[in-house]
Write a protein that binds this ligand. Structure first.
Ligand SMILES: [Zn+2]
Length: 497
């Protein structure tokens, strides 16, 4: 930059750059060239640059500037800036034209992970043989998710209290595997933790993005890695700390540990997506759902679902809780997708609008949200002239376990509606929804957002477990937007076996 500034004759840039680089000679030269001879001499004398002094003194006709130099003068240099991550700054995310290539090629036979040494801040032991990620995959589903640009829904009402506190969760010692005893003191922290435990989160924390992607692909059938890129980066940067070195010297990169210190053999990286963090995000999603902000809630639940792939459970209980979180997120993603789809629809498709509202009442969500979906479906059905359907939702509200003060008014209205509907007893639109079937047995195809008949063969997403009709086999799951529908994969691993 300094050279470019000198070439382009930009004096101020030259001076500023010389100042930031701590290049005193250049500053003296610039000031002398610009006619600031006393300042140039003062700078040269302050920094004891004797080679400039005689020439500058000659130009000053023996005027003494030494008297202006403070007795305690010392070299002052600005701190060295740290490198900070930002958008478009890809530390070692595989720099490929298409993310499909990650899975199609022979990952480690074809290339070496450390081909970008300047972009790999941590020195990961080369003896670590990465797992084979070779495996060709079939046709990629080009299914796209629903349009998330639809404006969020209106306010549903009061604040939501979930009754779950992050502090209630147990904080327990992380599990350390007994295997992998060949760790030496000289190994890097990344090598040490990868020898003890090799979950996707550990690999990402060590900067082994490609190996982590390969592992997730084998375990969860991931065919769309795009949503994982920001998660990988966040997870990786969460384990990085840096200590600035001397001017123009290298910074010291220091990995953040959750357990142990760099001298010990038993180290574990900081895990960003802990159970507590996931729970906080689910609570945020619940709140947004209650407020009727379905587009925002959809984003939160889906990103949480994706983040769980990089979670680590400390014990069996936590593992169980994380698996439950996957189910919860899946149900809420489907609920939000149904409502976002309904809001974005042409207002003339009345039957489909009632259907989508009806399917929402079959999502396995918290009672407070179920009550709201029932109210919504009841109102839409009633206004569209589907009185029998509306009465069925009203009955579910009356018979359901919603008998607290908050719902008193809504249940009273539901009773009145049942009376009116029983007098009219007709449906203006025929629906693909059986009001007599129990809601628990309802199965939604997450691809077409239509019910799956009990006799139809079904398939599911290997990660989130969303159900699909067979025509969606081999396509990208619309719920988690990560995995291939119908692939027979190993399933998620949240702690060492
Ligand atoms: Zn899925």
């Amino acid at each position: 930059m300094l050279f470019i500034a000198a070439k382009s004759g930009d004096v101020m840039s030259r001076f500023n750059l010389a100042l930031m680089l701590g290049n005193v000679e250049e500053r003296v030269k610039i000031m002398a060239e610009m006619g600031q001879v006393p300042l140039a001499l003062l700078t040269a004398k302050t920094h004891d640059l004797q080679e400039f002094v005689p020439k500058l003194e000659e130009q000053l006709h023996s005027n003494d500037v030494a008297a202006h130099i403070p007795p305690n003068a010392r070299l002052l240099l600005p701190p060295v800036p740290l490198i900070r991550p930002s958008d478009g700054d890809s530390p070692n995310w595989p720099l490929l034209m298409s993310i499909k290539d990650i899975f199609l090629k022979n990952a480690y036979e074809g290339q070496v992970a450390s081909t970008l040494p300047e972009e790999q801040p941590f020195d990961v032991d080369q003896e670590e043989v990465p797992e084979d990620t070779e495996r060709n995959i079939g046709a990629w589903g080009d299914e796209e998710g629903l349009d998330l640009g639809t404006p969020a829904g209106g306010d549903w009402g009061m604040d939501l209290d979930l009754g779950i506190e992050a502090a209630d969760l147990p904080v327990q010692e992380a599990h350390v595997e007994a295997a992998g005893l060949h760790v030496t003191m000289a190994d890097s922290a990344q090598t040490k933790w990868l020898k003890k435990r090799k979950l996707a989160a550990d690999l990402v924390a060590a900067g082994e993005f490609e190996e982590a992607l390969g592992l997730l692909r084998r375990r969860l059938g991931i065919i769309n890695a795009d949503p994982l890129e920001p998660l990988f980066k966040d997870m990786y940067w969460a384990t990085c700390s840096s200590l600035p070195g001397p001017p123009q010297g290298l910074s010291l990169m220091w990995p953040m540990l959750s357990e142990g210190n760099l001298k010990s053999k038993e180290v574990q990286p900081v895990i960003l997506y802990t159970m507590q963090k996931i729970l906080e995000r689910v609570k945020e999603g619940h709140k947004l759902t209650f407020q009727g902000k379905f587009t925002d809630a959809l984003t939160v639940f889906r990103s949480t679902l994706q983040a769980i792939t990089l979670s680590v459970a400390n014990d069996q209980r936590e593992e169980q809780q994380l698996l439950e979180m996957i189910d919860i997120c899946r149900e809420y993603v489907n609920l939000c997708r149904l409502e976002v789809a309904r809001k974005g629809m042409d207002q003339t498709s009345t039957a489909r609008m009632i259907e989508l509202a009806a399917y929402m009442t079959c999502c396995k969500v918290q009672p407070v949200h179920l009550m709201l979906t029932l109210q919504l479906a009841m109102t839409i059905s009633f206004k569209a002239g589907n009185y029998v359907t509306a009465a069925s939702f009203a009955k579910r509200m009356i018979q359901g376990n919603f008998s607290n003060e908050r719902n008193k008014e809504a249940i009273t209205k539901a009773r009145q509606l049942v009376t009116v509907c029983e007098q009219r007893a007709s449906d203006a639109h025929s629906l693909k929804f059986d009001i007599k079937a129990p809601p628990e047995s309802f199965k939604l195809c997450s691809g077409s957002l239509a019910p799956i008949a009990a006799t139809d063969p079904t398939t599911s997403c290997p990660y989130c477990g969303a159900s699909y009709t067979m025509q969606y086999k081999g396509k990208l799951c619309d719920t988690c937007q990560l995995s291939e529908v119908g692939l027979n994969a190993l399933g998620i691993q949240l702690r060492p076996i």
